[in-house]
Structure formats: structure tokens, C-alpha cells
Write a protein that binds this ligand. Structure first.
Ligand SMILES: [Fe+2]
Length: 375
């Protein structure tokens, strides 16, 4: 009998997990970071060479979310990190020069290990949606349950963590799941007499799922749809409105509007074709929240990924292009698509064949040669 050979694993790597910082990319204060979920990002050179794990001078050793948010007004990058042990949820702030302004600060209203994928930011608050997805290591080790347990009876909470360090506000509701935020802002902002961070309600747009479904079930009868939550920090209450019934995911705005009132957003969507694999999207959809309604570009044989906005340098609001990666479902080739922001439903004005296969379902960032200055 021939015993299978153990793979040749270096002794210092045996029993360790492989870092997989492949979820997102962000640039902040000259650092180009490849991001994993609540673990150390990997820093890259401008030529995308791997430079190594980034702990921010040792201040954030547990890592950060794959979805940090850079405030275009202040230049701050705000992050969170969840863990399996106390403190189960922390948040931190990096200043515009990359310095650690606030080290990991526990969110003391969270006393269990919970999975949180994304966040949002307003001038006043860090916005965190806590759906009832609990890590259950004991059940997983005993083989009696999933590593991530969905407990709808616990409901979903939205936490508003004041960026000035004040007490955390929260509003509770029925259970739903959220992978991705669109954006959040303070409702008074942009109103007559209003000013950034003045007060009032918080508006959060996001893609809402009925429940958490990981793996093949995600494309099943649980489509994510565009929802708006308006949260009262003072009353600790919220009201939710479904803005559209179309199934979408991977929503994005012009990143220069993070934390401010947004008008337009784009997302991966579908035409209703029956031959899509779970999680595949064969269309892009654009919303104009001021005008109402949405525009769709059907991608045909292409499965499309997250749309990313590339503003025209010096251009007016909304001027630019939407970029996405796509996979030709007939031959597996990967493509980079450029769509005009003023008429995106007309389809790409450029298609570039990518010489390697790029998996879909992950995130990207448009990086102009010059990193934008805060303001
Ligand atoms: Fe994500």
C-alpha cells in the first residue's frame, strides 16, 4: 500500500492559515493595500509587487476590514475589525498622512463574535449593520452546525459609532442580511441651512438580502435589492424603504462622495436569464435617486463584476466613466470594459482583453496617478 505523500510544507507554515488578501484594494496616504476580511492587509508597490503585511506600525496587529472607507473631506481612513475573541468588534482611524489617530477601540455593545463585511461613513458616524450572523466555533468543531450561524430571531441592528468617540447609538429591527453598503450621509447635509455633520437622521443605502446564504445558494430565491434605512440617533429607531425590486449586488458610487449625499449609483444586476451560475451577473444597472428609475445594460454572454467610477479629471459632477471586469461565459476570457457615465446603458466604448483570467465577485478601485487630496 502506498501512503499519500505529505506536501512539502515549511515547518514555520505548518498549521497556519494562508493569507488571502484578494477581496479589495485601497490606496491611502501613499499606501497601496490588498485587503482581506478582518486580517492584515498586504502592502504593494505602485508596480503591484508584494511588500508584506501592513500592521500600521504595529498599532493594528489584528488587521482591518476589506471595506475601509476614506473620508474625502478629511482624508481619514476609518476601519473596523471583528474577531472571534474579545473585543469582538473594534474601530480605528488613520489620519490623512497615514498616522494612527485612533487605535483599535472596542465597540462595547457587541459582546459576541459576529460577521460584518462592510461599513459606511457619515461626517458624524461610523455606520455598522449587525445582522445575526454569529460565529459558532463550538458547533463547527463538533460537527453539529455551521461556523457562521444565522439566527434571525436575534434581529438586525444598525450601530452608529460617533467619530468623536461619544457613546454608541443603535437601532434594532427585524433580521436581514447585508453584504455591501452603497453609502451613508447625515440627512441634514445639503439641506437649506444644513452643514456637514450638523445633526438629524442618518441615511444609509445598501443592498439587503432576506437572510445570509453563503456558497451556491446565494443566487437562489434571496435576491439582494436596494434599500434605504433612515436612522434616528436620538430616538434609536429606523425606518426602511425598498427603493427598487431589481436584484443587484456590488453597488458603488463616485468615491469622492463617500459620506456625502449621493445621487447616482451603479451595481451588478441581471436580465433574468436562466443560465447564470449562482452569483453571476449579466447586466449592469444605474440608479439616479433624484430623478428616479434605473438604466440597464445587458451584457449578453459576459458575466460582469463590480462597476467602479472613474471621474474625468477636472470634470463636472457625474462626468466620467464606469469601469468593470467581465468574463466571457462562452470561452472564459476576461475583459476590462469602459462605459460612458452620461449614457452607460449604451454599453462599453472600449473593451480590453485581459491576458489572464480575473475571477469575478471581488472589488476594485480606480487609482489615478495622483492620489486625490482631501477637500
Ligand atoms: Fe465585499
Amino acid at each position: 500500500m502506498v501512503m499519500p505523500q505529505e506536501p512539502d510544507v515549511p515547518a514555520d507554515l505548518a498549521g497556519t492559515f494562508k493569507d488571502l488578501p484578494d477581496i479589495n484594494v485601497v490606496r491611502h496616504a501613499g499606501r497601496l493595500l490588498a485587503l482581506a476580511e478582518s486580517s492584515c492587509p498586504f502592502r504593494m508597490s505602485p508596480e503591484l509587487d508584494t511588500l508584506g503585511p501592513e500592521t500600521f506600525d504595529g498599532a493594528l496587529p489584528a488587521g482591518i476590514t476589506a471595506h475601509p472607507k476614506v473620508d474625502p473631506r478629511t482624508g481619514e481612513m476609518v476601519v473596523f475589525c471583528y474577531g472571534l475573541e474579545p473585543p469582538f468588534l473594534t474601530w480605528s482611524v488613520l489620519g490623512p498622512a497615514g498616522e494612527v489617530r485612533r487605535g483599535p477601540t472596542p465597540v462595547d455593545t457587541v459582546d459576541e463574535p459576529m460577521m460584518i463585511h462592510d461599513m459606511a461613513l457619515t461626517a458624524r458616524f461610523v455606520v455598522l449593520v449587525l445582522a445575526p450572523a454569529f460565529f459558532d466555533i463550538d458547533a463547527a468543531m463538533a460537527g453539529t452546525g455551521s461556523f457562521v450561524a444565522w439566527r434571525p430571531e436575534r434581529g438586525t441592528r444598525i450601530l452608529l459609532v460617533p467619530r468623536d468617540g461619544g457613546p454608541v447609538r443603535q437601532a434594532a429591527d427585524d433580521a436581514y442580511w447585508m453584504w455591501h453598503t452603497v453609502n451613508a450621509y447625515d440627512a441634514d447635509e445639503g439641506q437649506e441651512g444644513g452643514a456637514p455633520g450638523q445633526g438629524g437622521d442618518v441615511v444609509l443605502d445598501y443592498v439587503q438580502w432576506d437572510h445570509l446564504a453563503m456558497g451556491p445558494a446565494t443566487g437562489g430565491p434571496n435576491p439582494g435589492g436596494l434599500v434605504r434605512a433612515v436612522i434616528s440617533p436620538e430616538a434609536g429607531s429606523m425606518r426602511r424603504t425598498r427603493l427598487d425590486d431589481a436584484a443587484i449586488e456590488l453597488p458603488r458610487i463616485d468615491d469622492r462622495l463617500i459620506g456625502r449625499r449621493h445621487r447616482r449609483l451603479a451595481a451588478a444586476s441581471g436580465t433574468g436569464a436562466r443560465d447564470l451560475l449562482p452569483g453571476e451577473h449579466d447586466a449592469l444597472r444605474w440608479y439616479d435617486l433624484q430623478r428616479g428609475g434605473s438604466e440597464l445594460w445587458a451584457a449578453g454572454d459576459l458575466a460582469v463584476g463590480e462597476p467602479v467610477f472613474a471621474p474625468t479629471p477636472g470634470g463636472a459632477d457625474g462626468e466620467g466613466h464606469w469601469l468593470t471586469l467581465a468574463t466571457d461565459r462562452t470561452d472564459g476570457t476576461s475583459w476590462f470594459l469602459v462605459l460612458p457615465a452620461d449614457e452607460p446603458e449604451s454599453g462599453p466604448v472600449a473593451r480590453v482583453r485581459i491576458p489572464v483570467r480575473v475571477p469575478l465577485g471581488l472589488h476594485g478601485t480606480w487609482l489615478p496617478t495622483e492620489e486625490p487630496a482631501p477637500g
